[in-house]
Design a protein around this ligand. Structure first.
Ligand code: AKG
Ligand code: FE2
Length: 383
């Protein structure tokens, strides 16, 4: 044996990974469900000559009419994605007493940290742990439970790779759809180092009893739109997510291996004069062959930087042709994203979580579509 072979191995990212078994993959449902037909953007073509322009053509219909799509070939291996699920599983396997030590400050309407029973007195059907951007504006790993602390560097690498490989590319594609002269228009407004309330979320829906599901009208989460720019969903093959189609019916969004499911959210929609569709979606109890399974997700909620104004992008030839500028309502006082996000989070905590969150709803209450005005902007939500 050579001297080199007998040297102790320096700890590396790979040895750290061996701390956990990969999250076991679940068989797909065998039920025939009414699946939504969504486009898939192959991001490996982005840098080819004419690649991003072709991708913007491919996405044009979906951003206006559907609001949901997939992306594939985003430069991270399946192993790296699976590992994120392992971290999520380790977090939720911790005893409650451990998780609540890192609870989100829900009184300040903050999302960052653990939210679940005991630090938030609602009937929510899921638990989550949110991690903000890896910038100096937020506390570091000490603010998160042990599995996050132990994997801090891996999570940071993952989050930043997603920003570079997926978010920034999609933001260029959106600018191309709007035919903007500056294809970096949205990228500049989502600068990683600038303060923003983006977060990575590990999220778990625990399988529930038949009776509880019935009381909750067979839903894990009621219809809603997300409030940021876009949401990315890494998914296990447990069906549940549904998108409201233009025909007024919910369709299932199939979890497709090797892809990320993406949906457009309210703030990006507002920046486009509501031309981009922020889709209403919800989470159903899974189909019969999967409803005994816990459902774990790894999600990214992306938002523009806090200092960005919530105002419609000027000089888009597409928006001009579509008559979007003519239909806009004047806003007198400017609104920045930081204020808008805070007001929306407050609204969600007060009106959605505290009144009826999806989990179990309130006895006998209908799930109504409601309208409200938050920071002078009309929104819809569902009880
Ligand atoms: O769990 C899912 O599939 C979707 C979750 C979702 O819509 C949300 O957290 O906003
Ligand atoms: Fe959502």
């Amino acid at each position: 044996m050579s001297i080199i072979d007998s040297q102790p191995q320096a700890p590396s990212a790979v040895t750290t990974k061996k701390l956990y078994e990969p999250y076991s993959t679940t068989p797909e449902t065998t039920e025939s469900l009414d699946w939504a037909e969504l486009v898939n953007l192959d991001l490996s073509t982005f840098d080819h000559p004419g690649g991003k322009e072709a991708l913007s053509k491919q996405l044009k219909y979906a951003v206006h009419n559907v609001g949901f799509f997939y992306v594939s070939n985003f430069g991270l291996s399946q192993e790296e994605v699976d590992y994120q699920f392992s971290i999520g599983k380790q977090i939720f396997d911790l005893p409650l007493s451990e998780k609540v030590k890192y609870g989100a400050d829900t009184k300040a309407f903050s999302y960052n940290g653990y939210t679940g029973p005991a630090n938030h007195q609602t009937n929510i059907s899921y638990v989550l742990d949110n991690i903000p951007k890896f910038t100096s504006h937020f506390p570091g790993k000490e603010a998160h439970p042990r599995p996050v602390q132990d994997n801090w560097d891996t999570i940071e690498h993952f989050a930043k790779a997603i920003h570079r490989n997926v978010i920034e590319r999609l933001l260029v594609i959106f600018a191309l759809v709007l035919e903007l002269a500056d294809e970096e228009y949205f990228v500049k407004r989502h600068n990683y180092e600038t303060r923003g309330e983006d977060h990575l979320r590990y999220m778990l829906y625990t399988a529930r009893d038949k009776d509880v599901n019935k009381k909750a009208q067979e839903l894990y989460s009621t219809g809603h739109t997300d409030l940021g720019s876009i949401t990315l969903l890494f998914r296990q093959p447990v069906a549940g997510l549904q998108v409201l189609n233009n025909d007024g019916k919910y369709r299932w969004v199939r979890p497709v291996k090797g892809t990320i499911t993406v949906n457009i959210a309210d703030t990006l929609s507002l920046l486009s004069g509501r031309y981009f569709k922020s889709s209403i979606h919800r989470v159903s109890v899974p189909p019969a062959d999967q409803r005994h399974l816990d459902r774990l997700g790894v999600l990214f909620f992306i938002r523009p930087n806090n200092n960005v104004l919530v105002e419609v992008v000027k000089d888009s030839p597409l928006l001009k042709r579509e008559g979007v500028y003519e239909s806009l309502e004047e806003r007198k006082d400017p609104l920045d994203v930081g204020t808008w996000v805070k007001e929306r989070q407050k609204h969600i905590f007060k009106n959605v979580y505290d009144i009826t969150d999806a989990g179990q709803g309130k006895d006998g209450q209908e799930r109504d579509e409601l309208e409200a005005e938050v920071a002078g902007i009309k929104i819809k939500y569902w009880n």
